[in-house]
Design a protein around this ligand. Structure first.
Ligand code: DAH
Length: 348
């Protein structure tokens, strides 16, 4: 019995020096393990006379309960300390600046066409697209360029079969749209799209992009060269800057008559002459003209009743001018260092 009381005394104090979980567990083994001090008391029970067994057993149990409650008490303290430590080390400071998420940016060609589309839609145009794999018929013949026509040479082409090629110009949609419109409706469209030719240098890529414009209306509505000029002037103002002059140079295209190449005052030197404009003060931006009667006729519009104009700026060229991009190939290489310079939403 004395031994039990000693043990009880011991248990009362022994936990005071325990300052971590490891020591606590060692203590458990020391007292309640297979050969633990409390466990061993159980084997004493057998040796006692019957009338003492019960009260001894109860005392052993009491000591065990005491040990366990002390043990639990300590364990709770350690666990709480552990949780507090973790909370402290994993604390999130919501006021810290966040890690920067890099957002993509729009391609300069997309930025350009969005602006152009908005402009033309505001003037009542529809934006349409057509096939890049085009027939010889629509790419050339219906635009007054029969087989063997010398003007075809300027558009050395990627033929897929004798009759099909990668379109060399979005002008092919002039013919398609006229045919689709059935020869009896006015037309006002722009056609942005990819085009292909066998060319490759700093200002020409084998795949490039054009924006075709076509306006057809009844002759009685007097669509004239003045309307074409006005339209291109608005275009230039919106896309390249105010106070730029336009210069119409007579040119030749089989599907327009008269035809023009349209230059704009150099937006870098404002006409003085610089490297961008090869010292001429002018930069060629559009090809344009009044739709040729043959083209109207071939595509279902009576040239005695209908007339109009067409124009075709290079989409890449306009983009290069707008952003001062020196090499067309940059726009097709998908180099992020180049692309992220535009539409910089990721900059704080
Ligand atoms: N499609 C012509 C080319 O790529 C450019 C052109 C000329 C377009 C006259 C037109 C136009 O709409 O009227 O060379």
């Amino acid at each position: 019995m004395n031994k039990i009381d000693e043990l009880r005394q011991e248990i009362e104090n022994i936990f005071d020096n325990v300052d971590n979980m490891k020591k606590l567990n060692e203590l458990k083994v020391e007292y309640l393990g297979k050969k633990g001090k409390i466990t061993e008391l159980n084997s004493v029970i057998k040796t006692l006379p019957n009338d003492e067994k019960k009260s001894f057993g109860m005392k052993v149990n009491e000591v065990k309960v005491l040990f366990n409650s002390k043990y639990e008490e300590k364990r709770n303290i350690f666990e709480e300390e552990e949780v507090n430590k973790r909370l402290e080390s994993e604390k999130i400071d919501v006021t810290l600046p966040s890690t920067k998420i890099k957002r993509g940016s729009k391609h300069p060609m997309s930025l350009t066409i969005e602006r152009i589309e908005d402009l033309f839609v505001s003037m009542g145009y529809d934006v349409v697209s057509g096939p890049e794999l085009e027939s010889d018929e629509y790419c050339f013949e219906r635009l007054n360029l029969p087989k063997g026509h010398p003007a075809r040479d300027m558009q050395d082409s990627f033929y897929i079969t004798n009759d099909y090629l990668l379109r060399t110009q979005t002008s092919s949609m002039q013919a398609r749209y006229m045919v689709e419109s059935g020869g009896n409706k006015p037309i006002r469209i722009i056609v942005p799209g990819k085009t292909y030719r066998r060319e490759d240098d700093a200002t020409h890529a084998p795949q490039f992009s054009q924006i075709e414009g076509l306006v057809i209306d009844k002759k009685e509505n007097n669509i004239s060269l003045a309307d074409l000029k006005g339209t291109l002037e608005i275009f230039v103002k919106e896309m390249l800057g105010d106070n730029l002059k336009l210069r119409f140079r007579p040119s030749y295209f089989p599907f327009t008559e008269p035809s023009y190449e349209v230059d704009v005052t150099c937006f870098k030197c404002h006409g003085k002459g610089c490297n961008l404009c090869s010292q001429t003060g002018w930069i060629e931006v559009f090809a344009a003209g009044m739709v040729h009667p043959n083209v109207l006729r071939m595509n279902g519009y009576d040239p005695d009743v209908w007339g109009g104009f067409a124009f075709g700026p290079g989409w890449d060229r306009i983009t290069m001018f707008r952003y001062g991009i020196p090499d067309i190939r940059l726009m097709y290489q998908n180099d992020v260092r180049f692309l992220e310079q535009f539409d910089r939403k990721d900059v704080d």
